[in-house]
Ligand binder design. Sequence first.
Ligand code: AMP
Length: 399
Amino acid sequence: MKDKYLIINAGSSSLKFSLYEMPSTKEIVNGYIQKIGDSDSFYTLKYKGQKVDKEREIKNHKQAVEVMLEELKENKFITSIDEIKGVGHRVLHGGEYYSSSTLIDEEVLKNIKSLTKLGPLHHPGEIAGIEGMMEVLENVPQVAVFDTAFHQTMPKKNYLYAVPYSWYKENGVRKYGFHGTSHNYITNKMKDHLKKDDVNLIICHIGSGASIACIKGGVCYDTTMGLTPLDGLIMGTRSGSIDPSILEYISKERGISLEKITEELNKKSGLIGLAGKNDFRDLSKASQKGDEKATLALNMFYNSVTKYIAQYYFELESEVDALVFTAGIGENAYIFRENIMNRISKATGVKLDKEVNESIPSKLEKGIISTEDSSFEVIVEPTNEEYMILMDTYNVSRG
Ligand code: AMP
């Protein structure tokens, strides 16, 4: 009987899960339960190259967990629930409580609940997933892996906003940072690659959500996302940082509430707000065909990334070991990387190896896209948040 670990990503009406065998890290099956709470709930299981769809009413997250376990047993992915040695939960916000993944007990659950105000879209679903699991798998260690935890090493001068200090002390207003699991994974990869622990890095996690982290001496020193994932870079549908006065102004001008404005800043801004498209491939095609809005949006996007690379280059006093590109756009779009390299090359002394850059990912999955005479390495490294969550779950569960 091999030890099995479950990784859970719960949303308000959905539950994604993957079952792994450890220590081999082999994925046995993954599933996606959707429309929890509706009469037309359904789910998908994927294993051994096949995909199975099923429909069944699932009233709540607890029932979703029960259905998941039934499927795992019926399909003989497990013979008994005793084989499950740990469950990892992806949790958006650990506030200032958690700087690493942690075993969930009543106290931790209480803290996660108290952070719902900082993660109102994510926490209710995640909490329902944790509670469902804790009820059904009472004696199995449950681990919370926080998107914010990795950034807790930021110094105060980098995480405070210049607002009344009481907003921080009494209301928790500060930069928390997100995508921490990905930035942590890449940092570890770079420590291996550079064969040292005290690495200085600029990590560009550029997907439809995007953030850059500045790593100094092997730990997070600064990052672009803030109190929420809305801050920082221009993203697929998020504005990134803007003049905060726009909120009151547009509320009065258009007669819309703050909630509505926040929603529009999250879902209707960024690339989609500028050009009507948020997928990088669609935007690139449109731009090539002469769509001026697409070209403008892409240029603003490239400049936004360049601006933070420049800031972090200076924060690291130009002592950079590597600049890393990761996530959907960072890993796949060579044209994106070329545009960024063209903007930073002269000032930083890094030069693009065009041939290597263009051969990723069609020929290579990862690689060094800077020339040998560059001042530091520029690397494409695929991120793997799931692996990081699995390893944390495995390690924390075993104590
Ligand atoms: P993510 O949120 O990390 O899944 O990244 C999604 C973004 O990556 C979207 O804007 C996609 O257009 C972009 N993307 C994914 N694959 C490619 C590709 N092969 N070439 C260019 N962009 C890509």
